[in-house]
Every structure is written in C-alpha cells, then in structure tokens.
Design a protein around this ligand. Structure first.
Ligand SMILES: Nc1ncnc2c1ncn2[C@@H]1O[C@H](COP(=O)(O)OP(=O)(O)OP(=O)(O)O)[C@@H](O)[C@H]1O
Length: 645
C-alpha cells in the first residue's frame, strides 16, 4: 500500500475553566512569598538599578548644562566637560545594567528550578512523559517571560525616577508640562492592564487551541478525507478560527487604548514641551533646560514607557497563563469531544449497488500509463469483495477512487447510488487505511468518532467484542481509559480504527490492508464482523489467501488487466490468481471433502463448492469453517464485471 498517515494528534477542547484562565487566588500570594524570600537579591537589584537612574539623570542634565554654561556662553571646554561627564555616566549606567542582568538571573533561576522540580516530580509520580515535556517547555517560557517583566518594569521605575529628578533639577516648571501627561498615560495603561490581560489570555488560549487543532488535523488529512470526516473537521477547525478571530478583535480594541496611553504618556509631552516653550522661557527656563527636558522625554521616558506597555501588556498575561497552568499541573489536555461523524445515510428506494465504476480510467500523470483503465465493476450492496494483485497493481488506487480520494480521468463512479465525489457518497463509505488513525483521547471517544449521535456504552462494547478489540479494551482499563497512540502496537491501533469504522453509519467499508498487522485469527474475526454488518458491504485489499477465501468475490488486479470471480473459479481461470495463491504463505490445507460453502443458484438448486465460491447470479448459503457469515445477504452475489483480463 502506499504510505498512510498515522496522526497522534489530540483534539484539544480547552475551555477557560479547564485552562486556568479564571482567577487563581493563590498565585499572587505565592509570588509575593517568593519575592520576600529573596530580599537580598531584590536589594542588589535596586542598588544596581540606581546606577541606571543616575545615567538617566545625566542624559538630560548633562547636555543642558553643557549648553547653558558651555556652548551658549562660548565656553566650549565647559560644554565638553559636561558632555564627558554625561558619557561617563552612560558608561557607569551600562556597567550597572550588566550587574542588573546578573541580579535578575539570581531572581529568575530559582523560580525556574522550583518549577522544574515540581513538574519533574509530578511526571515521575504519574509516569506521564508527554505532559512532562510540555510542562518543562512551559517552565522555560515562564522563566524567560518573568525575566523580561522584571527588566522592563524595573527599568521604567528607575528611569522615570531619574528623568523626573532631572526635570526638577533643571527647572520645576518643566515637571508641570511633562508630569501630568506622563501620569495620565501611565494611569490609562494601568486601568487597561487587567481587561487587556484577560483578553490576552483569551487570545492565547484560542491561539493554542487552534494550533492544537491544526497539529492534530494536518497530519491526518488523508485519513480525514478517507473517513469522510471533512465536514466535521472543517466545522471544528472553523469554530476555532472564529474563536481566535473574536479574541484577536477584542484584543485589538483594547490595544488601541494601550497605544493611546503610550501617545499620551510618551509623545504628548514632546508636543507640549515645544508648544509651551515661550511660556517656559518667559518663566526663566533656559534653552539648555528645554533641550534637556526633550532629551529626557525622547531618550528615556518614551522608550521606557513603550517597553513597559508592550512588555507588561503581552508578557505579563502570558506569564499569568503559564504559571496558572504549572500551578495546577494542567497542560490543557483535551476533553476530546466525539465529533458528529458521518451522517446516517438517507434511506433510498430500493438498494443501489454498494459502488459502481463505469468505464473508469485513472493515471497518476498525463503521460503515465493508466493504473486503472476502462474498468466497469458493479458491486451489489451486502457483498464481500477481496481485491488482490501483485504490488503496484493498483489496489490502493482503486479503493482511493471509490472513496473519492482520487478522481477518475474518465468514466464515472458511484457509491450507494451517489456520484463520487460528493458528500452523500462520502457519507456512504468509510476507508480504513493501513496506518490506523488513533488519537489521544479516551477509547470511547476514539471509537465513537464517526458517529453523529451519542453512542451507548453497550453498543461500543458490542462493537469491540465483534471486531476483536474487547481484550485490548479491558487491558487499557475500559472505554473511559485514555488512549496513548504511541503506546499501542500497530495491530492494536488497527483494531481501534476498525472498531470505529464498524460503528460508523457508512454501509461500505473499504479495508485497504487495514488488518495487515493483525494475526490471522484476529483478522478473520474483524473481517467477519464487517461482513456481518446488516446491509454492510465489505471490500478488503487482501494480503492473505484466507482473506480472499472468505470473500464471496475476488477482484484480481494486474496493471490494466483484471479478473473477477470466486476463489475457486479464479483458481481455474486466472493464472495470476493461481500464482498469487501459490506465493502466499500456505495455511493448513483444507480437506476437499469438507465443503466450505454450499451454493444455491438462482433456481434454488444447491451446488457445493470447495473453499470460496464461484459463479455470478447465485445466492450463497455459508456453512463450514469458512461459511460463518451471519448476516442475510452477507455473500449476496450478483457482481458484474464488464472488463475481464
Ligand atoms: N501518488 C502517486 N503518484 C504516482 N504514482 C503512484 C502514486 N501512488 C501510486 N502510484 C503508482 O500507481 C501504481 C499503483 O499503485 P497502488 O498503490 O495503487 O498499488 P497497490 O496494488 O496498492 O500496491 P501495494 O500492494 O504495493 O500497496 C504503482 O505503479 C504506483 O507506483
């Protein structure tokens, strides 16, 4: 078979409650306790930050003095000395900032260590390696974000202190011009902080939910199409896109206020200083002081405020979300709601064939040799067909055409009387590929995924029993047990996928080597269960002779030539089929005296065949080891093949 996708994705359905977006009263108190326990580090941080205050002070004061006492009085040497003092101040400030980083590390690393310790001990206790790796990643986010927050908020406080002190030292009237808009901007920002943080959180949760959804969906696109779940997946993903869009809009509305606070607190003072220049000069404010004030606003206050607004506005809420999750050891695991699945097929007048190909031709490229050419094949509802052929003969291509994954270049295909491709046809078939799609949710959610309705527990258990999943279900801990796809063997995943398909309303089941990892007995049980679905049709791309024997009809594919008939008939008529049967591992030979199937032709005359059956236009009554089909119409015959090789 061609490669198939195994998606281990999970369907995250995070709600604010689950995600910890509601207030967690313990968190601020714990944060305060953490800081108080590190008073010495905090003191060191303050001490080094004071150097930054001094640097800020000099950024405005130095140039002001250089102008007023130096350059404007024709004393360039004095001006240069003041500029040199300013430069020295900047150097000392930079040295202080480097020490600040070390102090911040001393504050942040213990937080990280403590969080890692908690996360790891929880992971060791629960043995939940997947959640452990997710949580440690969140710890790193928390560490980086916390460090960023400490830096920007500290920087704003000490820069603002230095700038305000400088303005006062230069000329107190300058404070009257710069102070009120700065205070108004900071007040507006403070007022928007909480609502903005809530919206930021909502956005983050919506963003993660969408990313989780896409992470789960994208690797399984082929399987989703194969199982006809496109509409459901599109609806689920669409909801998440909408949720993120709504969250982004709400965030943007509040973001406008954030920009306004920056404009009022950081940019308005520049305009006011320029506009009030005559008034200030008239009150004895010197030119140098005016230039110094402009330097404070443009070089210190505005950048510090901008960092605060962006840093606290974005990182603050991110940190809150992450810390809450870590505090609750909650990574937002999914609730994994079962999807609406496939709609029940519309009841139709009469019973259309399970599928029908009319002059179907398909090639993978315009210049390629067709894999399927001019094929007419009609399979009555309720049949059991095995598709066999050497590797590369086109078996998967045929199932993909019937499933609507590929479109024929010529001819038409219908499933359940509905044209392929189309939603009705998609709802009438389920394709189970070789690589089974199992997702990280409960077993019940995995099994009921293709059902639009709530599936009673008894039905799930009955399906598990029929397909052969029951022992695994018991071992996993029942229907409510969480399934870790990576912890299942390939065969176990196939059993889960088969049971899911068994429970779906799609009457046509296409098993594209979907049982290749099962042992022969389990494979037989699963195939028989599918064949016995009332009104169900089973198409199996067979990889064992036993599969072909069990099926009422066999389609032999070999490039562009095909042969169609019962097992015995094909043994007589198809050299390729004889070769294939010979090359398959021989099972214990059946005694010819023990008929596997008895055939009753259309006139009610019984005929006896060996393993398998033969002949068009016959009804089949099964008994004996191969004939344990239970459902009426299980091996109903009547398939027709327009083109035989
Ligand atoms: N996506 C593709 N693009 C181009 N050629 C393809 C593609 N998929 C299959 N083919 C070719 O089409 C032919 C039929 O492939 P297909 O997978 O249907 O065969 P198969 O009978 O299912 O083989 P197997 O038993 O090995 O899985 C092969 O020659 C294969 O190389």
């Amino acid at each position: 078979m061609t490669g198939r996708i195994r998606a281990h994705g999970r369907r995250g359905h995070e709600t604010p409650g689950q995600d910890g977006t509601h207030a967690d009263a313990g968190l601020p108190a714990r944060g305060l306790r953490f800081l108080l326990a590190r008073r010495r580090v905090l003191l060191r941080l303050v001490a080094w930050s004071v150097l930054e205050t001094g640097q800020t002070f000099l950024i405005g004061y130095g140039p002001a003095r250089a102008l007023d006492e130096g350059f404007l009085r024709g004393r360039a040497d004095v001006g240069l000395i003041w500029l040199a003092v300013t430069g020295l101040g900047v150097l000392v400030g930079a040295w202080g900032t480097a020490r600040v980083y070390a102090a911040v590390a001393a504050l942040v690393e213990p937080l990280r260590d403590r969080l890692v310790e908690r996360v790891v001990s929880r992971g060791v206790r629960t043995g939940d390696a997947g959640s452990l790796s997710g949580l440690t990643q969140q710890v790193e986010i928390a560490r980086d974000t916390f460090a960023g927050l400490v830096m920007v908020s500290r920087s704003f406080v000490f820069t603002a202190a230095g700038a305000l002190a400088g303005l006062f030292a230069l000329a107190p009237p300058l404070l009257l011009v710069v102070g009120p808009p700065l205070a108004a901007g900071v007040a507006l920002f403070a007022a928007t902080l909480r609502p903005l943080a809530r919206r930021q959180e909502t956005f983050l949760v919506a963003d993660e939910a969408l990313a989780g959804e896409l992470g789960a969906v994208c690797p399984g696109l082929r399987d989703i199409t194969a199982t006809g779940a496109e509409a459901h997946i599109a609806a689920g993903t669409g909801e998440r896109v909408e949720a993120e869009l709504r969250a982004a809009r709400a965030l943007a509305h509040w973001g406008v206020l954030r920009v306004a606070s920056l404009a009022i607190g950081g940019q308005l003072p520049i305009v006011l200083l320029l506009a009030a220049a005559p008034w200030l000069l008239a009150r004895g404010v010197t030119t140098g002081a005016l230039v110094g004030a402009l330097a404070y606003v443009t070089q210190s206050l505005l950048p510090a405020l901008r960092n605060l607004v962006h840093g606290l506005g974005t990182s603050g809420s991110r940190l809150t979300v992450v810390l809450r999750r870590l505090a609750r050891a909650d990574t937002g695991m999914p609730t994994g709601q079962p999807g609406p699945g496939l709609p029940a097929p519309e009841p139709t007048e009469g019973t259309p064939p399970a599928f029908s190909l009319t002059s179907a031709t398909f090639a993978y490229g315009p210049a390629s040799t067709p894999v399927v050419q001019d094929l007419d094949l009609t399979l009555p509802a309720g049949s059991h067909l095995a598709v066999v052929g050497p590797s590369g003969a086109g078996k998967s291509t045929l199932t993909a055409l019937v499933a609507g994954l590929l479109a024929p270049d010529q001819g038409t295909i219908t499933v359940g009387g509905h044209t392929v491709p189309g939603p009705e046809a998609a709802a009438a078939r389920v394709l189970i590929p070789q690589e089974a799609y199992v997702f990280d949710a409960t077993l019940a959610e995995n099994l009921a995924y293709l059902r639009p309705d709530a599936v009673p527990e008894e039905e799930l258990l009955a399906a598990a029993e029929a397909v052969g999943l029951a022992p695994l279900a018991e071992r996993l801990g029942g229907l409510g047990a969480r399934v870790d796809p990576a912890a299942l063997s390939a065969g176990e995943r196939q059993l889960v996928a088969l049971t899911r398909a068994y429970l779906s309303y799609a009457p046509l089941a296409l098993l594209d080597e979907a049982t290749c990892h099962l042992d022969p007995e389990t494979e037989e049980r699963a195939e028989r269960a599918f064949a016995a679905r009332p009104g169900g049709t089973l198409v199996v791309v067979a990889h064992r002779i036993s599969s072909a024997r069990r099926a009422g009809r066999v389609l032999v594919m070999d490039g562009r030539s095909t042969a169609y008939g019962g097992h015995e008939e094909l043994l007589r008529t198809s050299a390729l089929y004889r070769d294939l049967v010979g090359s398959w591992a021989p099972g214990p030979s059946r005694r010819r005296s023990e008929p596997a199937l008895s055939l009753r032709d259309a006139d009610g005359v019984d005929a006896v065949a060996g393993p398998g059956l033969a002949g068009d236009g016959r009804h089949v009554v099964a008994h004996g080891p191969v004939g344990q089909m239970q459902a009426p119409g299980d091996l109903r015959d009547g398939g027709s093949l327009g083109r035989e090789g």
